[in-house]
Design a binder for this molecule. Structure first.
Ligand code: GDP
Length: 304
């Protein structure tokens, strides 16, 4: 798919092309080949552990399959990347968990600047286009302009929005939005939360409070807590992810700005270290620049 290809251009350029070059020069299995492979993987930000694990497993697999031609080795590399990705997770599904009946409630968390508002706008558009009745809740009442910014996306996506006064209690916005979603039969409610990177206890309390309010109104909700991470921040994104994971029950990840980085391998590192599935990826600033994450498509895309 075009957007996928274009969005991964930078990563492919460094990671994919380096791998391809490595494979093109492949003559026989020797240690220098695996050293180079390891270095390429680390350069793409798959993480040190993952790089070592991958090249170890590849070494065995290449021998086992008696791969001699570079095309065979490439196949082994691709298969192994997908396999390791799959094995690292418990939940293989990238589909959103939807309510059996009544509104589905999706909570978005993440620090400022990662692309949370943009992602909610893209998601709103995606589900609106699919014929769903979508409501947004602007529960980030702390950051100046956050509500207005989400409102712009609501208009772009042609969906409804519940807002509160600046500095008002975000819990009140969430409450109003959940009530409205129930009473007016919305299919999906996307909740934007404040992205202040505060200490863990505060973060934990704030998210717990929001979840309590939601669950009181809809016992099965929230149906997902999606953590938005910026791929261009590399290993820093992993540190953020750990903080959020320790603070609340994160069910999925949206990895934004993959188009802006050559280090797309962070997808694999996140999966390997956090065991939380990447559900969507952001591939640009426009409303349609969002795709469900598909590990096969992703890995194969790197070798095109
Ligand atoms: P928030 O503070 O987390 O709500 O972040 P915003 O949604 O305001 O996004 C911050 C910046 O990142 C904006 O300039 C967005 O256009 C940009 N952005 C968001 N997602 C993507 C993406 O997938 N690709 C690119 N290239 N830019 C993005």
């Amino acid at each position: 798919e075009q957007l996928y290809d274009k969005g991964l251009e930078k990563t492919r350029h460094t990671f994919g092309e380096r791998l391809n070059a490595l494979l093109a020069n492949f003559r026989h299995v020797d240690e220098s080949f695996f050293d180079d492979l390891e270095e390429t993987l680390i350069g793409a930000d798959v993480g040190f552990d993952m790089a070592v694990k991958l090249s170890d497993e590849l070494r065995d697999e290449v021998k086992l399959q008696n791969a001699k031609k570079s095309a065979d080795v490439q196949n082994v590399v691709v298969e192994k990347l997908v396999e390791i990705y799959d094995a690292a997770g418990n939940d293989e599904s990238t589909a959103l968990n939807m309510a059996k009946e009544g509104p589905t409630v999706i909570l978005f968390v993440g620090v400022n600047g990662v692309g949370k508002t943009t992602t909610i706008g893209k998601m709103a558009n995606r589900y609106h286009q699919a014929g769903k009745k979508v409501l947004l809740a602007a529960a980030d009442t702390f950051r100046a302009g956050a509500t207005e910014q989400l409102d712009v996306w609501a208009k772009r996506a042609d969906v409804d929005i519940v807002t509160g006064k600046p500095q008002s209690d975000p819990a009140a916005v969430v409450f109003d939005a959940v009530r409205k979603a129930k009473e007016e039969d919305y299919d999906i409610l996307f909740v934007d939360t404040a992205g202040r990177l505060q200490n863990k206890v505060n973060l934990m309390n704030e998210l717990a409070k929001m979840k309590r309010i939601i669950t009181r109104e809809i016992p099965t909700a929230p149906h997902e807590v999606l953590l938005v991470l910026d791929a261009t921040t590399g290993q820093n994104a992993l540190t953020q992810a750990k903080l959020f994971k320790e603070s609340t029950d994160v069910t999925g990840i949206v990895l934004t700005k993959l188009d802006g980085t050559a280090r797309g391998g962070i997808v694999l590192a996140i999966r390997n270290e956090l065991h939380v599935p990447v559900k969507f990826i952001g591939l640009g600033e426009q409303i349609s620049d969002l795709r469900p994450f598909d590990p096969n498509e992703f890995v194969y895309g790197l070798f095109k």
